[in-house]
Design a protein around this ligand. Structure first.
Ligand SMILES: Cc1cc2nc3c(=O)[nH]c(=O)nc-3n(C[C@H](O)[C@H](O)[C@H](O)COP(=O)(O)O)c2cc1C
Length: 324
């Protein structure tokens, strides 16, 4: 399949693995890229630019295909060394960056001048248009279903994607709720040039996370996520567990007076414990509603090949058949 996204990133299939904290290590990025998709290393999971440089070198040993790095712009405590991370990306010869979070304008020219293509992930048409204006090459349009931060507009992809198609000139991929061939074909119909998947890629053989996380994803249904931190204007869709229940009780009781410090125990430092140690109830970790559609743990190659062959069958048999 050829789309504007496969051409832009020189990849075989229009499937991207979104950056994921403590999931997007070299093993997963390389596996996705080797399977013909676009794998992405999560920049900020590497504590320093020097460590990111090493992770990029490790990935390069595992694949000769294009892969990218995610840079999430967040107001972190003791703010991150973004220019340092960007130097590591450029020095490492990485040609694709997925930006997310705050407006990446300050850094786009640095990346573009070095020949790096930028795909910005955002949750609204206005932010997607802004990304187009500041020179991003593509956008990843993240609907309300998504795991992680869906923004505050709550527009699901059935509306958000065709709205993006109405407004954007640059190519975009559909993100949030994507799991299989049905997601891909639906997204292409709605105007996207491919899909970006987060949660689905956690339940793959190569994802370097604890088996407990993969098993929890398989066992969960579409009813098993919750939105947290909405009162702080930093909404996150997470896997429901006992800690999330406690967090939501705090949000309900503290109401408008809530501060980040009140919930720090439930949301801070969670990822290594969950993803590496398998303590899946120890805090709030991002997870999409799409868990309801995830029933197995394939290799990335099996997953991507299955999506592509079933997508072709849907288009050739089901859809074309309806016209006959
Ligand atoms: C465990 C997890 C961690 C994530 N961490 C990040 C991150 O650090 N930066 C980022 O831009 N997006 C992050 N995301 C969002 C994904 O890149 C992707 O946009 C999202 O998962 C898409 O929705 P889906 O889970 O329904 O596929 C994360 C998602 C998950 C599930």
């Amino acid at each position: 399949m050829k789309t504007r996204i496969t051409k832009l990133f020189d990849i075989e299939h229009p499937i991207i693995q979104g950056g994921m904290h403590y999931v997007g290590f070299a093993e997963l990025a390389a596996a996705v890229s080797n399977a013909g998709g676009l794998g992405i290393i999560t920049g900020l999971t590497q504590k320093t630019p020097a460590e990111l440089e090493k992770e990029i070198a490790r990935c390069r040993k595992m694949t000769d295909k294009p892969f990218g790095v995610n840079l999430t712009f967040i107001p972190t405590v003791g703010s991150s060394d973004y220019p340092g991370y960007i130097s590591a990306i450029i020095e490492g010869g990485v040609k694709i960056v997925e930006t997310a979070g705050r407006n990446p304008q300050k850094y786009v020219s640095m990346l573009k001048d070095a020949g790096v293509k930028v795909i910005h992930k955002c949750t609204s048409v206005r932010h997607a248009l802004k990304a187009e204006t500041i020179g991003c090459d593509a956008v990843s349009v993240d609907g309300f279903e998504c795991g992680g931060h869906p923004g505050e507009d709550d527009i699901p992809n059935m509306i958000l994607l065709p709205r993006a198609a109405e407004e954007l000139k640059i190519p975009f991929v559909a993100s949030g709720g994507m799991a299989d061939a049905r997601s891909l074909v639906a997204s292409l119909s709605l105007g996207a040039d491919g899909i970006n998947m987060g949660t689905r890629f956690i339940a793959t053989k190569e994802a370097p996370v604890h088996e407990n996380v993969k098993r929890a994803i398989i066992a969960a249904t579409e009813l098993d996520t919750r939105l947290v931190m909405r009162p702080l204007g930093n909404t996150e869709r997470v896997f429901n567990n006992a800690t999330v229940k406690r967090l939501l009780e705090k949000e309900a009781s503290l109401g408008k007076n809530i501060r980040f410090e009140d919930i720090i125990e439930e949301v801070s430092g969670v990822y290594p414990k969950v993803m590496m140690d398998g303590e899946i109830d120890s805090g709030a970790w991002s997870c999409g509603m799409v868990v309801g559609l995830i029933h197995d743990i394939p290799t990335c190659k099996e997953l991507i090949n299955r999506i592509m062959s079933e997508a072709e069958a849907i288009i050739r048999n089901r859809l074309e058949g309806m016209l006959a």
